[in-house]
Design a protein around this ligand. Structure first.
Ligand SMILES: [Fe+2]
Ligand SMILES: [Fe+2]
Length: 481
């Protein structure tokens, strides 16, 4: 990797920031553990050594995340990742110092930092952050203990070990697929799993009793519950501050109680039903492609919100049989219809929705042609028509999510209209739709492969029969008998 002047300057700034974070954690940590700022004066030069060690530990995390795993720079800017990691280490370290001093060294909630980093950035980075934050708290506790009491208590090492093991367990158990029950159960399971670590430390006591061993185990259990409770409190703040869309938040915006979805259901019930069906198809496709099903669902639920402006111009909402296009000139009809992606994207920007969802709304028709109106216009004139005048004027899908929505959207509408009677007919329709998108160049701006498209076809064909199945008219069946 070549180091440019700019990147060298930026890295110097990053490391200067790390030094500031290290000094803050160490000095405030020592003040908490020593029971006041006079503790810092008593420690004197040892504080500088502690700051250097903490800085080195933070630098290792930084180097690991920037140069070794490069976890999520496509999703988040480097600077945002840097702030998330350092702020959560700072917060967790100081809370842990407080718990260490006033409650028990075995109850330090280091797993909070690992869980938040794992959920927002990456699981591997979460584990590294947990291990190093435990070490940072250990350095503060050990140096304060050594300088003030003249000896190092074994309890400090017990606390570090518990911190490391609880972080690793929490990150593996709870970094994905979470709900409230899983969070509660997860914290209890982690607590129960790591409780036995307290037994050997309990017997290291000069006069071990059953109660003293039980107390240590209880503190370890309680620490894991505090860690998960803190994570539950802090995660929404981080999501809001750094505008990060975790599965939690994506599931929230897919709730039918969301204002935009409630409005869509009230103003355009046909479009709302269409979005629900597309969301099931898109979710299936996302799972098949290894993408985030929550994100695919959100993209599908909101892709047609722009139709709310003029719902009656879209066939799925013309339940009374009246079609306003019959009374309009074709150019006006085309304008009314082709505006909905931009209208929707604007509504989603105003509602501060995820960028991927906004893009899916804007790109789900790409710059494809409104064939129905093009052919209708062609039938009314002898002149040669410019096909481009009957096209949407939006960007083509730039993400796999937008491509999935484009295909599922067309499949839902076409299959609802054509009602295929056999599996072969259904597969033929889906194949034609995908081929049509490829030949029209609509999928040329996103990195979707032929293998991905084959998986999308299979997923759609598998899901459609259960979504659009016929029901038996039992009354007619009785009459026939
Ligand atoms: Fe649309
Ligand atoms: Fe649609």
């Amino acid at each position: 990797m070549s180091i440019t002047k700019k990147s060298f300057g930026a890295n110097c700034l990053y490391f200067l920031g790390l030094l500031l974070v290290a000094a803050t954690i160490t000095l405030f940590g020592i003040a908490i553990v020593a029971g006041g700022f006079e503790g810092i004066v008593k420690l004197g030069g040892s504080c500088v050594i502690a700051i250097i060690i903490v800085f080195a530990l933070l630098a290792i995390i930084h180097i690991y995340s920037v140069w070794i795993i490069k976890p999520s720079y496509k999703k988040f800017s480097k600077i945002r990742e840097y702030f998330i990691v350092n702020s959560i280490i700072l917060l967790t370290s100081l809370i842990s110092c407080f718990v260490y001093k006033y409650f028990s060294p075995y109850a330090i909630p280091i797993a909070t930092a690992s869980l938040i980093v794992a959920m927002l950035l990456s699981q591997r980075l979460g584990i590294i952050v947990g291990v190093f934050t435990s070490s940072i708290v250990g350095v503060i506790a050990i140096s304060t203990d050594a300088m003030l009491n003249g000896e190092i208590s074994i309890i400090n090492f017990g606390g570090i070990l518990v911190g490391v093991i609880s972080s690793v367990c929490a990150t593996f158990l709870m970094h994905k697929g979470f709900n409230r029950l899983k969070v509660t159960l997860g914290s209890l399971i982690i607590g129960l799993c790591i409780m036995p670590i307290g037994v050997p430390f309990g017997f290291l006591d000069p006069n071990p009793t059953f109660l003293s061993v039980l107390r240590i185990c209880g503190n370890i259990f309680f620490g894991s519950v505090i860690a998960v409770a803190l994570e539950t409190m802090l995660l929404p703040l981080y999501e809001a501050m750094f505008r990060i869309w975790t599965d939690y938040k994506l599931a929230e915006i897919c709730s039918l109680n969301q204002p935009l979805l409630r409005e869509l259901r009230a103003k355009a019930p046909g479009t709302f039903a269409h979005c629900l069906t597309v969301s099931t198809l898109a979710e299936n496709c996302a799972i098949a492609l290894g993408l985030n099903p929550f994100m695919a669902r959100a993209c599908a639920m909101y892709h047609d919100v722009g139709k709310m402006k003029n719902p009656q111009f879209f066939s799925e909402n013309q339940t009374d049989g009246y079609n306003p296009h019959d009374d309009l000139i074709i150019d006006v009809s085309v304008k009314m219809i082709t505006e909905h992606p931009q209208e929707g994207a604007q509504m989603l920007r105003d509602a501060r929705m995820p960028d991927t969802v906004i893009r899916a709304a804007l790109e789900h028709h790409g710059d494809s042609t409104l064939m129905f109106f093009y052919l209708k216009a062609k039938g009314l004139t002898e002149k040669n028509l410019n096909k481009d005048e009957y096209r949407y004027s939006n960007p083509k899908p730039s993400t796999k999510y937008s491509a999935i929505i484009m295909i599922c959207d067309m499949c839902e509408a076409t299959i609802r209209a054509k009602k295929p009677q056999s599996k072969e007919e259904l597969e033929g329709i889906v194949y034609q739709i995908i081929q049509g998108r490829i030949l029209d160049g609509q999928l040329s701006d996103c990195d979707i492969s032929m293998k991905d498209l084959a998986k999308i076809k299979t997923s759609v064909c598998e899901a459609i029969p259960s979504l659009m199945h016929e029901r038996i008219d039992y009354d007619k069946a009785k009459e026939r008998r």
